[in-house]
Design a protein around this ligand. Structure first.
Ligand SMILES: Cc1cc2nc3c(=O)[nH]c(=O)nc-3n(C[C@H](O)[C@H](O)[C@H](O)COP(=O)(O)OP(=O)(O)OC[C@H]3O[C@@H](n4cnc5c(N)ncnc54)[C@H](O)[C@@H]3O)c2cc1C
Length: 477
């Protein structure tokens, strides 16, 4: 009873009306939620311990609960928002969530694009943006989870060094590193996760550990692609590479050249030099359903500077991803593209439709890095070329959410099933390109998933990162 009274007091001091009580319905600009006992308890305790907790009627609520997200669909209505400034505060907050049985969400750069992955209705939102320290060492950089890849690039620039991170400026360091990380230079240095040499982690019981090759090596392995299933990372130590010079290219092709364009993407996936030059690309086909104009663009980087165009503006539209992977086959890839284009025509009436067909390559040398570095990663990919194809579909209205998802999912599954029959399908799913309806863990080797589960049982026996922090790609029971 005492705790409940204190909760109300502290909620009031955090900006909520004293009339608000557990079970009350609270309406914000972003939606309506019911104040649960767990959230009331956690918001009150956080407010008492640290102050500065943002309530639904507080300044910066919309900034934190909506504007910081890339996808409009990710905007939700948290009961309160707590921005920790130190790893110790993160640890204390996790202890509070556990003791209050409060549901919570964690945000890094806010790019994971589906509701609940990084925001929450009626629970506590914990953005990590104040954990923004960066320290450049001789051949590593220590990075707080509040930073974007652009921040890291800027910090490294005076030293002519690069890091294997995101390809766009504003993506967050934590989300990308924890799910794998496609960068231009994967073919030489592996994925972002393969370049993390140490993680400082807050576990579900509020303790802080460092995971690296000698300290908690099992957790170290599991964090390489294991996403947000193990704890909250409060510092990443990443390898850096000497790279004084880089060149870039942007090329645009018209529709008649798309077969050749897709053929070139397949050839790029198959490249397997023993000593590759670090190089990569983003290859995308855009379809304007109003003008019926289609074009393909290639953004290539080979040891170079980041262009100003690489911003990823937030809150532009609602977005649905669907992805599958396959052995590179230009003819099949072209047939997938054609089926996608015809499919787009069937939903052309959707307001604000912004369809793109994106390809990514996962080359043999990129997979070989984890095979030979003595650590590995949870993907367990063979050193074989893979091609990832993705539908990235933007639209305007919430009423079309289910329609777009159904369209995108059914088309992707249908085309994948044809590839299964042809014997060229891969079950590898990349969390960064996948829709919420997809299960990336089903594509990992079963022994890796079993090992991931057993590591999770050791490090999070209370299930804090599955029960209370349930958003994102979760390993399942
Ligand atoms: C426009 C765009 C471009 C992209 N380009 C690339 C690309 O080039 N390469 C690539 O690999 N991927 C790319 N992605 C995918 C991207 O890597 C993922 O969306 C990634 O999750 C983004 O990281 P974030 O920190 O911004 O995300 P967030 O949405 O903040 O976080 C993602 C998930 O990680 C959790 N999380 C965040 N911080 C922590 C932490 N410190 N500890 C534990 N869990 C945490 C969150 O709770 C959430 O579930 C792109 C996505 C978009 C939208």
């Amino acid at each position: 009873m005492r705790a409940f009274k204190l909760s109300l007091f502290a909620l009031a001091s955090a900006g909520l009306s004293a009339a608000v009580s557990v079970g009350s319905s609270i309406t914000t600009d972003l939606g309506t939620f019911t104040l649960t006992k767990g959230a009331a308890c956690a918001c009150a305790k956080l407010s008492r311990s640290f102050g500065g907790v943002i309530s639904p009627n507080g300044a910066n609520y919309t900034l934190q609960a909506a504007d910081r997200y890339w996808d409009v669909r990710a905007d939700l209505s948290p009961a309160c928002i707590f921005l920790p400034s130190t790893p110790k505060q993160v640890a204390e907050a996790v202890s509070i969530f556990e003791s209050c049985n409060a549901q919570f969400a964690v945000r890094g750069g806010g790019h994971m694009n589906y509701p609940g992955s990084n925001n929450i209705d009626g629970g506590v939102l914990m953005p990590l943006e104040k954990l923004n320290k960066v320290k450049v060492n001789a051949d590593t950089v220590e990075v707080g989870p509040g930073l974007t890849w652009w921040d890291v690039v800027v910090a490294l620039e005076p030293y002519d060094r690069v890091v294997i991170g995101g390809r766009m400026k504003t993506i967050g360091v934590p989300g990308l590193t924890l799910i794998g990380g496609f960068h231009y230079f994967n073919n030489k240095y592996g994925y972002a996760m393969d370049n993390a040499v140490s993680y400082d982690v807050v576990l579900g019981n509020g303790t802080q550990v460092t995971a690296n090759q000698t300290s908690h090596p099992d957790l170290f392995w599991a964090l390489k692609g294991g996403a947000n299933n193990y704890g909250i990372v409060t510092k990443f130590t990443l390898k850096t590479y000497d790279m004084p010079k880089v060149s870039t290219t942007i090329q645009v092709f018209n529709e008649s050249e798309i077969p050749k364009f897709l053929d070139a993407v397949c050839e790029a996936a198959k490249l397997d030099d023993e000593n590759p030059i670090a190089a990569g690309m983003v290859a995308t086909v855009q379809y304007n359903v109003t003008t019926k104009v289609i074009d393909a663009s290639l953004l290539g980087v080979q040891e170079g500077e980041w262009e100003s165009v690489l911003e990823t503006p937030k809150q532009m539209f609602r977005v649905m991803f669907s992805m599958k992977s396959m052995k590179p086959d230009a003819e099949v890839l072209y047939s997938i593209y054609k089926a996608w284009k015809e499919g787009v025509d069937t939903i052309a009436d959707i307001q604000g439709l912004y369809p793109t067909f994106v390809t990514n390559v996962a080359s043999a040398p990129a997979a070989r890095v984890a095979k030979t570095n003595g650590i590995g990663n949870v993907w367990g990919l063979e050193a074989e070329p893979l091609l990832i194809w993705q539908f990235s579909t933007g639209w305007d209205l919430a009423q079309d959410d289910l329609r777009v998802e159904a369209w995108s999912r059914q088309l992707a599954e249908h085309l994948h099933s044809i590839n299964v029959e042809k014997g060229i399908a891969s079950e590898f799913i990349y969390m960064g390109d996948a829709g919420e309806w997809q299960d990336p863990f089903a594509g990992f080797p079963t022994e890796n998933v079993a090992r991931m589960r057993s590591i999770r049982a050791n490090y999070d026996p209370l299930g804090v990162f599955s029960r209370l922090n349930w958003g994102g790609f979760k390993l399942g029971l």
